[in-house]
Design a protein around this ligand. Structure first.
Ligand SMILES: Nc1nc2c(ncn2[C@@H]2O[C@H](COP(=O)(O)OP(=O)(O)OP(=O)(O)O)[C@@H](O)[C@H]2O)c(=O)[nH]1
Ligand SMILES: [Mg+2]
Length: 223
């Protein structure tokens, strides 16, 4: 028999985070702030989609943006060009945000007057799927050049999101990408998922995305 113990600490880390996330969601509800957690691989088009979303909704609601990256401030700099309130979070090497880190970000941003906060999570299809940030809804982007097999390889991410945006559809002629196969694969993992094809570059599909988000914000904020 081994003379040492093996302790499974992963579960308790997740349990504690889940409690913190629930607490944060309750506070956001009281404050009437909707938090969207936007996830994807690096370069799928999160920041470009954030810019389109700001453009579509800025006249109807007050928006704040949390940009999370391991390093750099390029995304916050890009978003600040729109005049929208934005803060850059550095995770110090961590590949995801947990509820505690999200809370720090929201405090730094100041959300009392904000109706909609979008968290652009660290580009990664693995770790962000494991940590509840306290967001009201989760969305992810899969871009056409990444391939239609990603739901098979990263099932957890596709199973925990409310919306899947399939981005870069303007480039579909250059890639073998089977939309029907993706829809079948994600629906099998997550029957309630909403799939919206978009091009953040040309603006195609952004109206449908903005309609979904506007409706969710209204429901949450009670107006
Ligand atoms: N053709 C095309 N290019 C796009 C589209 N959306 C984004 N891009 C390009 O894809 C690249 C990455 O876009 P970003 O919006 O920076 O992607 P991101 O997910 O924020 O990247 P990280 O924050 O680094 O993870 C940029 O060169 C964009 O111009 C699109 O719909 N079509
Ligand atoms: Mg980005």
């Amino acid at each position: 028999m081994d003379n040492y113990k093996v302790l499974e600490i992963k579960r308790s880390v997740f349990d504690d985070n889940d409690r913190q996330a629930e607490l944060l969601r309750n506070e956001l509800k009281k404050e009437q702030t909707f938090l969207l957690n936007l996830m994807s691989s690096p370069g799928s088009g999160k920041t470009t989609t954030v810019l389109r979303t700001i453009e579509a909704l800025k006249d109807e609601m007050t928006i704040g943006i949390l940009e999370a990256d391991i390093d750099s401030d390029v995304d916050a700099r890009t978003v600040s060009g729109t005049g929208t309130k934005v803060i850059q979070l550095h995770t110090g090497g961590m590949c995801h945000l947990d509820a505690g880190m999200t809370r720090q970000g929201l405090l730094g941003l100041g959300t009392a007057d904000v109706d909609l906060t979008i968290l652009e999570n660290v580009g990664n299809l693995v770790c962000p799927a494991e940590f509840d940030t306290g967001a009201v809804k989760n969305a992810m982007i899969l871009s056409v050049p990444e391939g239609d097999d990603k739901p098979l390889k990263y099932p957890l991410m596709f199973s925990i999101v409310d919306v899947l945006l399939i981005n870069k559809i303007d480039a579909v002629d250059y890639f073998d990408f089977d939309f029907e196969a993706v829809k079948a694969r994600v629906t099998k993992l997550n029957p309630a998922i909403r799939v919206i094809p978009i091009s953040a570059k040309t603006g195609t599909g952004i109206d449908e995305w903005a309609d979904w988000l506007r409706n969710e914000v209204r429901i949450w904020n009670g107006n």
